[in-house]
Write a protein that binds this ligand. Structure first.
Ligand code: XUL
Ligand code: CO
Length: 476
């Protein structure tokens, strides 16, 4: 009888580690992985070797032409300027499905199910992918890496298990998450919002999910934690208490900052602005709105921004504008590197291939002294029609080379100083005694009226926009 009971317990333990569900919460948390860990034999990308730098003359699609990780630019390695990261959700969960069509991608190791066995394979594939690309960072949502269970407890157990797999895989490597986050937008419970839901039970559930996601990000040595409020917004103000929702969002973020300190997580907390999609109006509309919100609620010291280029264009700004707006206030934390399509009005999450945009982005990043502990996360996906495994590599290589090219251009542009001088010259009148007293706030409207009454009409001077453009494009 005893032996039978033991076998049943063992069977349950094995099933829960290697099968479709984890009922046993102890599975994996102590670092002991189930037998399924090695269940997929051999490499995930057997036909792709380690990607190397071959220089601009190379025609090899599986080589870097501009990204040379160890090369120094302004005394810092390219890899330390750029701190590239792979987004798990697009690379390993993106299936090519869209509102009009079924999935088009089925990677060899993926059966499209939400089983733990496949979740382990995806995580192992992620680490092989990172190593082959020579990228040391990755980003995840809790629910992309581990399946949601039928209870919160089961979801947490699934997450613990997959995180223990990731922890094992990162041993002996420098690979760590750039950031982790909680997916608070897919499940129907969040359809009215998470922190801004009118239902207090949903607020509480979201808090529990974020608590756990911060804990696992810390456990994996993640350097940041991101909040993108997918459902934090409204569809109509007619049914919405705007003040209550913003107050609740601030309370939620304050609790997250308190919990982070309580558990000694040293990563930076980041908010990711986006103006709309999926809600008609997202509360974190753009960098300026988000910084205003943080300041209003006294949260500016606890948060920085994670800026996404495609989100910038959706809000009617350039990515450069968003980066500069955050940078000048010391709030530039990290970048979701992607781009939209000029003729498409939604978040297409494409890999950035526009070298002039990359050069503008890198001007901000260099002026910021880099992004660390942030980085460039490729929140970008293959087109629906790109279905080969090698396309995953080509897309990342192309995105990395584009940003590396931007870094080289921007460094040269700043080093030679022609554009810097043009800008300085435009403001040079503020170097006069009058300009200095104005900038120091030592002169008021009455004195300025007196000075202007006595002075000649200010001269009409050129803004030199065409010259600025000529200079800029000579570096691209
Ligand atoms: C959605 C988006 C998210 C966040 C993380 O547009 O950008 O993937 O980056 O939740
Ligand atoms: Co993003």
């Amino acid at each position: 009888m005893k032996a039978l009971l033991f076998s049943v317990v063992l069977l349950v333990a094995v099933l829960s580690c290697s099968g479709q569900r984890v009922a046993d919460i102890t599975c994996g948390v102590d670092g002991s992985l189930g037998s399924d860990f090695q269940e997929w034999e051999g490499e995930f990308f057997p036909n792709i070797s380690y990607i190397k730098y071959e220089g601009p003359a190379s025609h090899n699609p599986l080589a870097y032409k501009y990204y040379n990780a160890e090369e120094l630019i302004f005394g810092k390695k390219m890899k330390d300027w750029l701190r590239f990261s792979v987004a798990f959700w697009h690379t390993f969960r993106g299936d090519g499905g869209d509102p009009f069509g079924s999935p088009t991608k089925r990677w060899p190791w993926d059966d499209g199910s939400n089983s733990l066995t496949v979740a382990v394979r995806r995580m192992r594939a992620n680490f092989e992918f990172l190593k082959k690309l020579g990228v040391e960072k990755w980003c995840f949502h809790d629910r992309d890496i581990a399946p949601e269970g039928s209870t919160l407890e089961e979801s947490n157990a699934n997450l613990d298990y997959i995180v223990s797999v990731a922890k094992k895989l990162q041993e002996g490597t420098n690979i760590r998450p750039l950031w982790g986050t909680a997916q608070l937008f897919k499940h129907p419970r969040y359809m009215h919002g998470a922190a801004t839901s009118p239902d207090v039970r949903v607020y509480a559930y979201a808090a529990a999910q974020v608590k756990k996601a911060i804990e696992v990000t810390k456990l994996l040595g993640g350097e940041n934690y991101v909040f993108w409020g997918g459902r934090e917004g409204y569809q109509t103000l007619l049914n919405t208490d705007l003040k209550k929702e913003l107050d609740h969002m601030a309370t939620f973020l304050r609790s997250a900052a308190e919990y982070k300190k309580k558990i000694g997580f040293e990563g930076t907390l980041l908010l990711e602005p986006k103006p709309q999609e999926p809600t008609k109006h997202q509360y974190d509309w753009d960098a300026a709105t988000t910084m205003g919100f943080l300041k209003n609620y006294g949260l500016s010291d606890d948060y920085k921004l994670n800026l996404e280029c495609n989100h910038a264009t959706l809000s009617g700004h350039s990515c450069h504008h968003e980066l500069e707006t955050a940078r000048i206030y010391g709030m530039l934390g990290s970048v979701d590197a992607n781009t939209g399509d000029a003729q498409t009005g939604w978040d297409t999450d494409q890999f950035l291939t526009d070298v002039s945009e990359a050069t503008l982005i890198m001007l901000s990043v260099i002026k910021n002294g880099g992004l660390a502990p942030g980085g460039f996360n490729f929140d970008a996906k293959l087109r629906r029609e790109s279905v080969d495994v090698e396309d995953l590599f080509i897309a990342h290589i192309s995105g990395m080379d584009t940003i590396a090219r931007g870094l080289r251009n921007a460094a040269k542009l700043l080093e030679e100083g022609r554009l810097t001088k043009l800008v300085e010259d435009r403001y040079s009148s503020f170097n006069s005694p009058l300009g200095k007293t104005i900038e120091e706030g030592k002169v008021g409207f009455e004195e300025l009226e007196k000075i202007s009454l006595e002075a000649e009409e200010p001269p009409i001077t050129s803004g030199k926009q065409e010259l600025a453009e000529m200079i800029f494009y000579s570096y691209v």
